[in-house]
Design a protein around this ligand. Structure first.
Ligand code: NAD
Length: 335
């Protein structure tokens, strides 16, 4: 029996997490789900005074694994972003986002197979902003040697364990000499001292983005700080079929939270048309994390079959299937 903290979230969150949960439950694994809330739902529906209630954080601390839908943070009401708070408070320092070409999903590119490793706790998302005087505001970018070193070590270790060839750092150290300079120096040091057997490369992020859209199949593991990782994740999703097909995890020493890269998609919420695949894939990452790799592989084979067949695809992939119809097709393909 595994206990999983479930955060349905906002917008399409409840639709895609419930579809993914049905797929996970249909494997026959004994999963106990503890449902808690976060985001606009926590304040507007459940009456908490915070978008990230303490009970939610405590549940993740206690059970160590959470499955999360996207959340929205009400803008202009003084709330700090739920995701930034959660990642900082639970020390979920590594965001891991695999981006792969999938059979049956036609895009401009073939053979894309890369993993974005994003520093999740500092950089420009430190949330340290100030009004210097009327009409002048600042936002502070923070880079610490400890955080830069641990994310670099995570990326290289990940590359080694997964038999990946190369780690490429995207940076802007030509302009942000101290902060991105620190990120680069730590990455170089970890590479030289601990992982010399893995290829290492650095690219100024603007040129890196150009190279990504020219030929993404040339990239392997991409390592970058917080804001860059956020932007490049969505860019890379677009290369393989969109936000409906890119999963993610937020990993720390004490807990892990699994969630798709996409947001709450208010434009398609409550219509039953969102693609639950990214969420299902995040569920597979969660199963791998809790030692249920064989079951994860069963789900992966099942959704690969459904995609390759091409009969039951959601709208974002050119089909007409609903969220639940896609999940049902995966469940049928599993049995
Ligand atoms: P978004 O990712 O929600 O949506 C961008 C576009 O992609 C929209 O057109 C949407 O319809 C489409 N899309 C996203 N997921 C899809 C899916 N599963 N199936 C089909 N289409 C999908 O980005 P946004 O609109 O910029 O942000 C909306 C809200 O989500 C904001 O409040 C933002 O802060 C929040 N957000 C939350 C997370 C998270 O909780 N992890 C991540 C990103 C954004």
């Amino acid at each position: 029996m595994h206990t999983i903290v479930l955060i349905p979230g906002d917008g399409i969150g409840p639709e895609v997490t419930s579809a993914a949960r049905r797929v996970l439950d249909a494997t026959g694994l004994k999963l106990e789900w503890i449902t808690v809330s976060a985001g606009a739902t926590a304040v507007e529906r459940d009456g908490y005074d915070n978008v990230l209630p303490d009970v939610t954080l405590d549940a993740i601390r206690k059970y160590k694994v959470a499955f999360k839908g996207p959340v929205g943070t009400p803008v202009g009401k003084g709330f700090k972003s739920v995701n930034v708070q959660m990642r900082q408070k639970l020390n979920l320092y590594a965001a891991v986002r695999p981006v792969r070409s999938l059979d049956g999903i036609k895009t401009r590119y073939e053979g894309v197979d890369m993993v974005i490793v994003r520093e999740n706790t500092e950089g420009l998302y430190s949330g340290i902003e100030a009004e210097i005087t009327t009409g002048v505001v600042t936002s502070m970018k923070v880079a610490t040697e400890v955080a830069c070193t641990r994310i670099a070590r995570y990326a290289f270790k990940y590359a080694m364990q997964r038999h990946r060839r190369k780690v490429t750092v995207f940076h802007k150290a030509n302009i942000m000499k101290l902060t991105d300079g620190m990120f680069l120096n730590c990455s170089r040091k970890v590479h030289q001292e601990e992982f010399p057997g893995i290829e290492y490369d650095e690219m100024i992020i603007d040129a890196g983005c150009m190279k990504l859209v020219q030929d993404p199949s040339k990239f392997d593991v991409l390592l970058m700080e917080n804001l860059y990782g956020d932007l490049v994740s969505d860019l890379c999703a677009g290369l393989v079929g969109g936000l409906g097909v890119v999963p993610g995890s937020n990993i720390g020493p004490d807990a892990a939270v699994f969630e798709a890269v996409h947001g709450s998609a208010p434009d398609i919420a409550n219509k039953g048309v969102a693609n639950p695949l990214a969420c299902i894939m995040s569920g597979v990452m969660m199963l791998n994390h809790i030692g249920e790799e064989a079951t994860g592989q069963r789900i992966k084979s099942a959704y690969n079959r459904v995609l390759a067949e091409g009969k039951t695809l959601t709208r974002d992939l050119g089909g007409t299937a609903s969220t639940d119809e896609f999940a049902d097709a995966v469940i049928t393909a599993m049995h």
